[in-house]
Design a binder for this molecule. Structure first.
Ligand code: NAD
Length: 476
């Protein structure tokens, strides 16, 4: 059994669950302990007890540990990428890229530990100086989803530790392998017992124990809107700092003057790669009339050519869906789309391969209307809906007509249109002639409207969440 890591020790649990490979349901990647409420509380106690020494300890020790973790992740990217591809289903190159990203994130934050945004300001009163200091928030609870099993944990754990917080980390129970491997690396990095704790298990047990414990000072969550709402309700009336990154229904606008080749590339990459299982996936492709027919023909031809298969097969471009219930959800939305009157131009069928996996041909819907359910709700699978628009203004209106606001993209060769879209699209991130999915690790990440709550993540934005400001007035 792969145990949990609590107070510097590996602790087994009464229950464990197999880590099933969605490319081959007959294959388990090992059993992973499911913590219960008591073990979660032990982890919180450990993080609480370790806090004072860690927050006041050597910054160089933090730098060295985070740098070491980053170095090992980068060195083992092939091996860990294989594990990630096996448990989550993204293709091997995508998975290796994700592990490398996690490595770079740790390296980036190892240096950010040296750059807290503290400053000395002259006082308006003679003889005084004012210091504005950045201090750790305390015990940080981290709850992550299954679709980026190592990058999302990395972009939360690294800044939390860099700025002197202690951590209780609950990964998604569907993909415990990458999280366990990361915890194992962290456990050998010189970080003292209790500073970092891993508690894998169900959201209803471990997650709920975390959100009900007053000793958690800050909670960072990435996942679905539904779970986010439950967490916000659990914390209501408390002073726990909360940050949430949630779902999306991201638009990609294609205007008449766009490069057809670039637009198709962005649509295919954004809608179907990583099996469409990305919060930043382009699920609504809004295309103006003058290019619509040519775009649909080229998009369909490209979709038809995509190779769906085992995540480790070098020819595979689209890996399996993560589990049975996600596949059911994808197929249910495909049926809804057909009933709503959208035209299924390609795909949408489950397909068989040499191994018994959850393989789904990417689905391309055309003739869609933004009021359809498939254009309103997050599907989280390889399903794209093409929505015709009269012109750019109409396309922009459709793009913004959603409760979500994570990412928005546009393909255009007009600088004027690109600038207008950048200003007027109501999303936290905007892409011009680039897929909506795929971001850098050293700049802020996060959405607007229902996609996000609280401060953004990554890059310099991370400091907002993982530190608190103290103002000191000094009279010598
Ligand atoms: P989910 O909401 O089902 O689960 C996320 C995490 O919350 C898991 O670890 C789960 O065990 C835990 N959880 C469940 N119930 C809980 C509870 N009551 N209390 C505390 N924790 C609980 O999401 P998922 O299916 O793992 O991931 C897919 C979702 O994540 C999609 O909606 C996707 O858009 C979103 N996502 C968002 C971003 C972003 O940055 N905006 C990134 C990746 C994924």
């Amino acid at each position: 059994m792969h145990a949990n890591h609590i107070n510097g020790r590996w602790v087994e649990s009464a229950h464990a669950a197999p880590n099933i490979n969605p490319s081959n349901l007959a294959e388990s990647l090992g059993d992973y302990a499911h913590a219960d409420e008591a073990q979660t509380q032990d982890a919180i106690t450990a993080a609480h007890s370790a806090l004072d020494d860690w927050r006041c300890g050597s910054v160089q020790a933090r730098v060295d540990s985070l740098d070491l973790i980053g170095t090992e992740l980068l060195a083992r990217r092939q091996e860990l990428g294989k594990l990630l591809a096996q448990e989550e289903g993204k293709t091997l190159p995508e998975a290796i890229g994700e592990v490398a990203r996690a490595g770079y994130i740790f390296k980036y934050f190892s240096q950010e530990a040296l750059r807290p945004d503290s400053r000395i300001t002259p006082s308006v009163r003679q003889g005084l100086t004012v210091e504005t200091l950045r201090e750790p928030v305390g015990v940080v609870g981290i709850i992550t989803p299954w679709n980026f099993p190592i990058a999302i944990p990395a972009w939360k754990i690294a800044p939390a530790l860099a700025f002197g917080n202690t951590v209780v980390f609950k990964p998604a129970e569907l993909v415990p392998g990458s999280a366990w491997a990361l915890a194992e690396i962290i456990s050998r990095s010189g970080i003292p017992p209790g500073v970092f704790n891993l508690v894998n298990g169900r959201g209803s047990a471990v997650g709920a124990a975390m959100t009900s414990d007053l000793r958690i000072d800050a909670l960072t969550f990435t996942g679905s809107v539904g779970t986010g709402q439950k967490i916000a309700q659990a914390l209501a009336g408390r002073t726990t700092r909360l940050q949430m990154e949630m779902g999306g229904k991201n638009p990609l606008v294609v205007t008449d003057d766009a490069s057809l080749e670039r637009a198709v590339e962005c649509a295919v990459q954004g809608a179907f790669y990583s099996t469409g299982q990305r919060c930043t996936a382009s699920s609504r492709i809004i295309v103006t009339r003058g290019i619509h027919q040519r775009f649909v023909e080229a998009f369909r031809a490209k979709a038809e050519s995509l190779v769906v298969g085992h995540a480790l097969d070098p020819d595979t471009q689209i890996g399996p869906v993560v589990d049975e219930s996600q596949l059911e959800q994808d197929l249910a939305y495909i049926a809804i789309g057909k009933n709503e009157g959208a035209t299924l131009a390609w795909g949408g069928q489950r397909v068989a391969r040499a191994t018994n996996g959850l393989f789904l041909q990417p689905a391309l819907f055309v003739d869609c209307d933004n009021s359809m359910l498939i254009c309103k709700e997050e599907i989280f699978g390889p399903v794209a809906a093409v929505i015709p628009a009269n012109d750019y203004e109409h396309a922009l209106h459709i793009a913004n007509d959603t409760p979500f606001g994570l990412c928005a993209g546009i393909c255009t060769t007009s600088l004027g249109i690109a600038q207008h879209f950048k200003t007027h699209s109501r999303a936290g991130m905007v892409m011009v002639n680039a897929p909506t999915a795929g971001v850098d690790y050293h700049v802020p990440f996060g959405g607007a409207k229902a996609s996000s709550y609280g401060s953004h993540e990554q890059g310099p934005a991370a400091q907002e969440f993982y530190t608190t400001t103290k103002t000191a007035y000094i009279c010598p």
